[in-house]
Design a protein around this ligand. Structure first.
Ligand SMILES: [Zn+2]
Ligand SMILES: [Zn+2]
Length: 195
C-alpha cells in the first residue's frame, strides 16, 4: 500500500503499540522522512523486499517505525542496536544506499516554545511533532551500511545441532570452538543461568 497520511498511521500505531504518544508520532514522522529521502512510496507493498531498518532504542518510537516501514524482527528486516538514541537508519538494498535520521535534541524545547498553552508535555509534544517541519525535527545523514549475507531478510542455511546442548541452530548462527560446533549460548553468550 502506498504511503498514507500521518493521521491514518496514527490509528495503526495506536493499535500496534497500545496507545498513542509523542514517541509514536516522532517515530512515524522519522520513518516517513526516511521513506521520502529513499524515494520508497510503498514500503509495505512493492518495495517491501528492498528495505531494512535499524533502530537504536527500544521504546515507543521503535514500534511506530515498524508501522510505516513494515520492517519486523520476524522478517529479519528490523535490526536493533541498543544505543539509547532516538535514531534509525533506513537501508534501500536495491539502490545500496542508506539514510540515518536522528531526532534533534532541540525537538522537546521547540515543542514547549510552539505550544506553551498545553501543560501536559506528552500532549504538547504530540501536537508539535505533527506540525514541525522534518528539518526542525531531524538531523539526517547519508551513510553506508554493509549487511552480511546472513543478515539479509531472505538468507537461508542448513540447520545444525549444537554439540554441547543438542539444540538446533538455524541460519548459520552457530560458532566453531576448538573444532566443535556450538550454539552461541554454549559458546559463552548465555543470557540466562540455572534457576
Ligand atoms: Zn508510547
Ligand atoms: Zn548449545
Amino acid at each position: 500500500m502506498p504511503l498514507k497520511p500521518l493521521a491514518e498511521y496514527e490509528l495503526l500505531a495506536a493499535q500496534a503499540h497500545g496507545h498513542l504518544c509523542a514517541g509514536q508520532i516522532l517515530g512515524l514522522r522519522m520513518a516517513l522522512h526516511g521513506m521520502k529521502l529513499l524515494g520508497l512510496d510503498d514500503p509495505t507493498g512493492k518495495d517491501r523486499k528492498r528495505l531494512v531498518s535499524f533502530v537504536e532504542i527500544d521504546r515507543c518510537l521503535t514500534d511506530a517505525i515498524g508501522v510505516v516501514t513494515g520492517c519486523r524482527l520476524g522478517k529479519r528486516a528490523l535490526k536493533f542496536r541498543d544505543f539509547g538514541k532516538t535514531a534509525a537508519t533506513f537501508c534501500d538494498l536495491q539502490q545500496d544506499r542508506a539514510v540515518r535520521i536522528v531526532a534533534r535534541e532541540s525537538a522537546k524545547e521547540s515543542a514547549r516554545t510552539l505550544h506553551p498553552e498545553i501543560a501536559d508535555p506528552n500532549q504538547q509534544q504530540m501536537r508539535a511533532y505533527r506540525e514541525m517541519a522534518d528539518e526542525e525535527l531531524f538531523e539526517t545523514e547519508w551513510v553506508k551500511v554493509t549487511l552480511a549475507a546472513q543478515d539479509l531478510p531472505g538468507f537461508k542455511a542448513p540447520r545444525v545441532v549444537c554439540e554441547q546442548c543438542g539444540e538446533g541452530v538455524s541460519f548459520r548462527r552457530e560458532v566453531l570452538r576448538e573444532g566443535r560446533t556450538l550454539c552461541r549460548a554454549c559458546a559463552g553468550e548465555r543470557y540466562y543461568g540455572p534457576a
